[in-house]
Ligand binder design. Structure first.
Ligand SMILES: *[C@@H]1O[C@H](CO)[C@@H](O)[C@H](O)[C@H]1NC(C)=O
Ligand SMILES: *[C@@H]1O[C@H](CO)[C@@H](O)[C@H](O)[C@H]1NC(C)=O
Ligand SMILES: *[C@@H]1O[C@H](CO)[C@@H](O)[C@H](O)[C@H]1NC(C)=O
Ligand SMILES: *[C@@H]1O[C@H](CO)[C@@H](O)[C@H](O)[C@H]1NC(C)=O
Ligand SMILES: *[C@@H]1O[C@H](CO)[C@@H](O)[C@H](O)[C@H]1NC(C)=O
Ligand SMILES: *[C@@H]1O[C@H](CO)[C@@H](O)[C@H](O)[C@H]1NC(C)=O
Length: 296
């Protein structure tokens, strides 16, 4: 019968285990951790409480008869909350990673709990490097790579304010730290930012803008519509183009540059001498495109 009593006693002990959360706790170097027990606040003091770290190492705090005995390494770094036997630990260092145990006796009942704390460095030095920032639309790919310091990093890319997802055109590699756009279009100007997280912090990189060059879909239209114009009529030529960044324009008559620079060229009261091959050149940093037609 003695052994049965023992078994019941240990079952009872086992049932009392767990006044601390089971899951692993994470905190940052330099931060603060509060080990909050699940005990409800009590008026009647605990007969004794002891908090210890990594079993074999010295105690953190031992409370008996309302007297606190604090381990020398913990002097000035802890606050003990007598009503719940909870503990605050400050100025955390990597050496504080380990197992924390509390044993408390209250009203003749032994309560204990155990939890694991992991201290992490915060994320730092987040940098984005681009294979190129000056690109020509549809003519190739661009890779952005994100680097950062710190443990347990996870990466995410932002395009403007939305998250970048992988697709036929977009590859995410190296654990998400590299972003490759296979065929760049003018809509891929960004700004792109890399968001790096670990269990204790998140850092977002500076934005990277891509300059996608190349006026495309160029069109030169006349008003009245293209054809032969009567001497003395007014003609307006408009050069239209889809371009980012916006294009600048140059106008030519039979290959000679005209002073005009806008997207529209106005010819008032045209004379025979103005007959010829008018062309518009639209350009931005990367690429030039021609379009032309004849007038008479
Ligand atoms: C405490 O224990 C953990 C493993 O539970 C170990 O990684 C850590 O180095 C120990 N810390 C100290 C200071 O002994
Ligand atoms: C902490 O409490 C437990 C349970 O009461 C006891 O076994 C252990 O010896 C105590 N440790 C210290 C350092 O007082
Ligand atoms: C950025 O990437 C380019 C090309 O991939 C490489 O040559 C350069 O060294 C990288 N710069 C840094 C700071 O990593
Ligand atoms: C970036 O966002 C723009 C506009 O929302 C979209 O058209 C483009 O495809 C996106 N590019 C990438 C690489 O996600
Ligand atoms: C990137 O583009 C945004 C708008 O899209 C602009 O506000 C920002 O100044 C640009 N940054 C750089 C470095 O060019
Ligand atoms: C008009 O000028 C453009 C640009 O110089 C040239 O490519 C085109 O062949 C010319 N057209 C005619 C009909 O001369």
């Amino acid at each position: 019968m003695v052994s049965l009593q023992k078994v019941i006693f240990f079952l009872w002990l086992f049932a009392k285990v767990g006044v601390l959360p089971d899951d692993r706790l994470n905190a940052a170097v330099g931060g603060t951790m509060i080990f909050t027990t699940t005990m409800s606040p009590t008026e009647k003091p605990f007969s004794s409480v002891n908090w210890s770290f990594n079993v074999s190492t010295p105690i953190i705090i031992f409370v008996i008869n309302a007297e606190n005995i604090i381990g020398p390494e913990y002097e000035g770094r802890i606050t003990f909350f007598p009503s719940t036997a909870s503990l605050e630990l400050r100025s955390l260092t990597l050496d504080d990673t380990g197992e924390y145990t509390v044993n408390a006796v209250h009203d003749g009942t032994l309560l204990n709990g155990r939890t694991t704390l992991v201290i992490h460095e915060k994320v730092s030095s987040v940098l984005v490097n681009s294979s190129s920032t000056d690109l020509v639309e549809f003519s190739g790919s661009v890779s952005l790579s994100c680097s950062a310091s710190g443990p347990s990093l996870s990466f995410l890319w932002l395009n403007g304010s939305s998250e970048v997802t992988a697709s036929d055109r977009v590859q995410l590699t190296d654990g998400g730290s590299s972003l490759t756009i296979i065929t760049v279009t003018r809509f891929d100007q960004g700004p792109f930012r890399c968001r790096v997280s670990n269990p204790v912090s998140t850092v977002i990189s500076d934005p990277v803008n891509l300059s996608i060059n190349g006026p495309e879909n160029m069109d030169l239209i006349s008003s009245p519509p293209q054809g032969y114009f009567a001497v003395g009529s007014d003609i307006s030529l408009t050069c239209s183009v889809g371009s980012r960044p916006p294009a600048h324009f140059k106008w030519f008559l039979n290959g000679d540059q005209l002073p005009d620079t806008g997207s529209e060229l106005r010819l008032m009261d045209v004379q025979m001498s103005q007959s010829g091959n008018y062309s518009c050149q639209a350009f931005n940093t990367g690429k030039k495109v021609f379009s032309s037609f004849l007038t008479c």
